[in-house]
Structure formats: C-alpha cells, structure tokens
Design a protein around this ligand. Sequence first.
Ligand SMILES: Cc1ncc(COP(=O)(O)O)c(C=O)c1O
Length: 353
Amino acid sequence: MLRVEDLDTPAVIVFLDRLEANIARVQSLIARQGIGNRPHIKTHKIPAIAQMQMQAGAVGLTCQKLGELEVFVDAGVCDDYLLTYNIIGPHKTDRLMRLAGRVKRLAVVADNDVVLRGLSEAGLRHSRDIPLLIECDTGFGRNGVQSPEAALDLARLALKLPRIAFEGLMMFPNTAPHTHEFFTRAVKLFREAGIKLPVVSGGGTPALNSLAEFPMMTEHRAGTYVYNDVMMVHSGVASWQDCALQVRATVVSRPSPARAVLDCGSKVLTSDQYYVQHYGRLADYPGAVISALSEEHAIVDLTAVSKRPKIGEVVNVIPNHCCSVSNMNDEVHGVRNGVVELTWPVAARGKVR
Ligand SMILES: Cc1ncc(COP(=O)(O)O)c(C=O)c1O
C-alpha cells in the first residue's frame, strides 16, 4: 500500500473524495436549471475523470484542441463532443472529419467566414455534415463575433454553405450583464429571422453561481470545477475544502525567517497567475503565499504566518490555476484517507495541436 507520504516530490495529488463531491455537486446544480452539463476536459485531460463526469449525468464533453479530442475519442469516453476552437486548414479539418466519423455527434464552433468555408469544404471532401455553433464574444475579449447582428450574418452564411449543420450559439464565459444582454438580443433577432437556436452553450466555473440569470442557455460547459484552485475560491464558487488538486512539495531552504523555498517552480505550477495575486497557497499554512517562482523554485512568503514549515517538510500547494498544472505533469495520484488509490497518466497532456 502506497501512502501519500511515500510519494517523491514534487507530486500532483487529487483528493478523490473532493473530486467526486465536486462532480456530483456541479452535475446537480446544472441539472436543476434543466440544462445539459457538458464539462470541459481541458482541466484534467484524463479520460477516467471524464468517465466519472459522464456517469454522473453529463450530456457530452467539451474539448479545446483536436489533439485532446483524439485522446478522448480513442479512449471511447462518450459519443457527443463540442470542440470550442476555430479549426483552420485542411490538415486540421481532415482530422476533425475523421474524428466526426467515429462518434455520434461532434460539433465545432466558428467565429468567421474563413473557418466556416474551410469546414464546409472539408464536409464536402468527407461527405459529412458538421454541426456548428457560432462563437460570440460577450465581453471576454477573446474569439467571437462582436454583436448579435454579426452572429446572425454568420449564421445566414452557415445555413447557405453545404455540409454545415447550423445548431446555435456558443460563448465563454458567462458574465453579467454583458452575456445576458448579448444573448437576449441574439435570441430575439434569430426568432424574428425565423432561425431556430436548438443549442445555446454557455460556460465557465465562476458562472455556476449565476446560472439562473441565463435562461436562454441550453447547456453549460464548466471545467475547473472538478479540481478548483485559488482563482475559484476567490471568485466565490468554491471553498479551500473543495480544492481537490494540490501539489506536494518539499521545503528545500529557509534562507530567512519569513522565506521558504519549495522544490516546485514554474515547471510544475506554471507562472499563470490567473487573475489573482501570487502563484499559489500553502493548504496547511493559511496566509502563506507563493510570492515568486523560478523554474525549479517556489518562493513562499511566510510574513503572515506564525507557525512556519521546516526544511525537509512536505507541504501541499493549492495552485492559482489547476488546469495549467495538469498540462505540466505526466501523472496525478488519486488519494483517499492518506492512501494513494491510483495513478492516472495525464493522457492529453501537451496535446495543443
Ligand atoms: C471555451 C471554454 N468553455 C469552457 C471553459 C471552462 O471554463 P472554466 O475553466 O472556468 O470552468 C473554458 C475554459 O477555458 C473555455 O475556454
């Protein structure tokens, strides 16, 4: 029997009780709204966890990149996927079509006519219809058409192009009031134009507390909720006790009374601050923050902590952004009651193409 103390550091652990509770809680939260739960796998990148999400009642899965999708389709986790990324060029659209032939439904998004036409040509090459959602930017400032009118124009083109099966709209993340205003107007515009919107797909873990404000959504895509992290605690959607993924790290130096150095740097935690200060928290030392990172060192500021960790002690770090930690590590260890129950390879780690 392997105990958690037996793991060499740095090691990524997942508290299985917390993981299971997070999956169950969010599934029932979304189901209570009467909409579909379509978890985003980019947080864990592990087919076995997606299987747990499906068994809990998810309607399907979301992937961001084709490479992730290939891993999950190979694993046979489910047969209904949404790929929330503009897919450009014949190399990628051919991969998409091959994957579409292996599942019941594979929908994809587009926010411009170049992507739409490329998908249509690929559909013709492979004699396959591709379900499509128009991606809308409702305030995040990333991909997405900029207005409900632009969404309608692109939908009209999608309806004209061969092999495109227009299904609706998608956005990330739900924010009030922008998303609400954008989608209320969009739904009205589409209704007046006589174009049906069977799918309106919203997303984001921080938005889970305000699902009721978005009655036009038919499904919700959350990812980070399976593990949670400092950002989710700050956004008020999770507590420290809901943080399932933690990084076990050894205190390798105490150069001064208020400073500890851990053996996990940016090559484990990443330097993604994710809209909050610092680079992570020490779970068992409230007030201890990771104030700086170099590649293999995490600098912990202990100023606010009276009881301080010793050299050689192993501490648990709650990262700012758990999704990027997943992508940096080969495996995560599932832990229950101090025992390592299993080790999952992070199968879609690094699948960014
Ligand atoms: C398109 C899309 N949908 C859903 C999600 C999931 O959001 P969260 O990680 O906040 O749960 C993301 C996260 O990056 C995303 O990019």
